[in-house]
Design a binder for this molecule. Structure first.
Ligand code: ADP
Length: 548
């Protein structure tokens, strides 16, 4: 009787133990039990994975790290092969096989650490950029004021010279007439220079705004050609143009004409008589490698080519720098200012496009202006358009939302990882390491957070920082899609993943919303949704490409 009762108790104990073990075995955190001498008696699969060693290599040896009761400490685990994992240790007392023992739970916090480090790094970069931008603004402000101060007296000089020339103050001798002509031509040159400096200063100070709207390429081209035609004829050059029917670009007609006139003027200036200058316009899907463009295109590209003197290969990059003129050309240095191309490229970039060049000595040069095609651009444009008077108010608080996201990044990533596992988003997700689940997403969210601040700071205008952040996010999304494809995920799983990320971002923003200015939450969510949508589509495309 007693024997049977004891046997039943034994059975129950055994069942309890088996149940307990099966729970411990499924824990996401590593669990190690060691005796009082420090020898490992038991380790669960998560611990095996964390240490990168199979069970039989773990049991019977010493843990090899301080396990102080009640303490939480951080350790670095070096796996066989050299990979380093950061883990958090917690130690409690327990009983194991009738002996006093220590239960050490170990959590892999590598991702959290990495995300936090990246956030700090991004913040540091942002501050450095902000500082550099502030310096450049101060410089540009100075230039703008100076240019204005210079223009007023210059106009007076030109005006009086004209009066003299007209003989208003009495007749002049031939010599005097010649001298006044020189005063006028030098004055005009100086005025041109000052005007261009003013333009450049305005571009740099972010004061020169460009309109982004659907514009007809053929009209702009005709207008530019008409302006330069007389000069081309005078130099005995053939000037022709050709434009793809119905090409629409996204940009500012006035500015595009300014760029084209500048390119055509240069082409005419640097092409010997009997040469040819051609302006063509077409649509390109893949832009030239050297063009700094973001977005998928297609691109409206306007090309000005000539049969002129060409530009030496080692000067090609420099001609876009301010005041650079290539020595030894046909023209005197004083014919130009060396600012035209600098301004043209900046204007092109301000519109979301770029200006590139290729050239061969004594054969000719080709300048290409890349502009976004209107249909794609209009969507982009509607997104970023902030010309309405309340734009600044709407964007106010975005940097706080960004800061909240950065602050809670670790918790966000943890919640994301658990939901991915709990909801079995894709087959086998439960057995992935946290880092395999969250690596890209942590970086992505950190970038979005920083971008929110950047958008507020740039008042929604396109800035190089905003463009760079976009590039980084696209890159992350592409890599993410390719990695998911290697894991055998479907597009549907990927969609679900982005949805979970979106929910978790919203949760953090909602939590922070009490401390945010009014409107900051809906505006931030609007932007986050747009960004996530783009990233999701990009990663799905990358997944499909990689799986094909
Ligand atoms: P500018 O023409 O006023 O000097 P730009 O910035 O427009 O200033 O051009 C800078 C320099 O680039 C020119 O001085 C010239 O040396 C070179 N360049 C520009 N366009 C051409 C061209 N089509 N062919 C040869 N050289 C060119």
């Amino acid at each position: 009787m007693q024997d049977r009762r004891m046997a039943r108790t034994r059975d129950r104990d055994r069942a309890d133990r088996a149940r307990l073990l099966s729970i411990v075995e499924r824990l996401a955190d590593g669990v190690v039990i060691q005796n009082e001498r420090g020898t490992i008696l038991f380790a669960n699969p998560a611990a095996e994975e964390l240490f990168g060693r199979p069970l039989h290599q773990l049991t019977g040896v010493e843990l090899g790290m301080p396990a102080i009761l009640g303490d939480t400490s951080e350790i670095e685990v070096v796996r066989p092969g050299g990979a380093v994992v950061t883990a958090e240790l917690r130690v409690v007392e327990t009983e194991f096989d009738g002996e006093m023992a220590r239960l050490v739970s170990i959590r892999d916090i590598t991702d959290r650490r990495r995300a936090a480090e990246r956030a700090v790094q991004l913040e540091r970069e942002r501050l450095a950029r902000a500082e550099a931008e502030a310096t450049s603004h101060a410089k540009s402000d100075f230039l703008a004021t100076m240019s204005h101060e210079l223009r007023t007296p210059l106009n007076a000089i030109l005006g009086y010279a004209e009066l003299l020339d007209l003989g208003v103050s009495g007749p002049m001798t031939q010599d005097q007439k010649q001298q006044v002509t020189r005063i006028r031509s030098s004055g005009r040159h100086l005025l041109g220079l000052v005007n261009e400096v003013l333009d450049l200063a305005k571009v740099e100070a972010g004061r020169l705004s460009v309109q982004n709207q659907a514009s007809r390429a053929d009209q702009v081209i005709d207008a530019a050609v008409a302006l330069v035609q007389p000069m081309a004829e005078a130099r005995g050059l053939a000037l022709g143009s050709e434009c793809l029917d119905g090409a629409l670009f996204d940009g500012d007609e006035e500015r595009v004409r300014q760029i084209l006139v500048n390119l055509l003027n240069n082409a005419v200036k640097f092409t010997p008589p009997a040469g040819r200058v051609t302006l063509t316009c077409g649509l390109e899907r893949a832009p030239a490698r050297e063009a700094r463009l973001t977005g998928a295109g297609p691109w409206v590209c306007m090309t000005v080519s000539d049969t002129g003197i060409g530009i030496p290969a080692d000067r090609l990059a420099a001609i876009f720098d301010p005041f650079v003129q290539v020595e030894g050309g046909h023209t005197r240095r004083s014919d130009g200012t060396g600012l035209g191309l600098t301004i043209s490229r900046r204007l092109a970039r301000l519109m979301g496009g770029d200006l590139t060049v290729s050239s061969e000595m004594n054969k000719g040069s080709t300048f290409t202006l890349w502009l976004r095609e209107a249909s794609v651009a209009q969507q982009e444009d509607a997104r970023w358009r902030t010309e309405s008077p309340d734009a600044a108010a709407r964007l106010h608080g975005l940097s706080d939302a960004g800061a909240a996201l950065l602050h809670d990044l670790g918790a966000l990533v943890d919640a994301f990882v658990s939901r991915m596992r709990d909801e079995s988003v894709a087959p086998g997700v439960e057995s992935l390491r946290a880092s395999q689940i969250a690596d890209h997403m942590a970086c992505y969210v950190a970038d979005v957070a920083v971008l929110l601040s950047a958008i507020e700071e740039s008042r929604g205008h396109p800035s190089s920082f905003v463009a760079d952040a976009g590039d980084i996010q696209h890159y992350i999304a592409e890599r993410h899609g390719a990695q998911r494809s290697r894991l055998g995920w479907s597009a549907a799983a990927l969609h679900k993943e982005w949805q979970i990320l979106r929910d978790e971002i919203e949760r953090v923003l909602q939590r922070a919303s009490k401390g945010l200015p009014r409107n900051a939450l809906p505006e931030a969510l609007l932007i986050v949704d747009r960004l996530l949508e783009q990233a999701r589509d990009r990663s799905v495309r990358a997944l499909e490409r990689a799986s094909a």
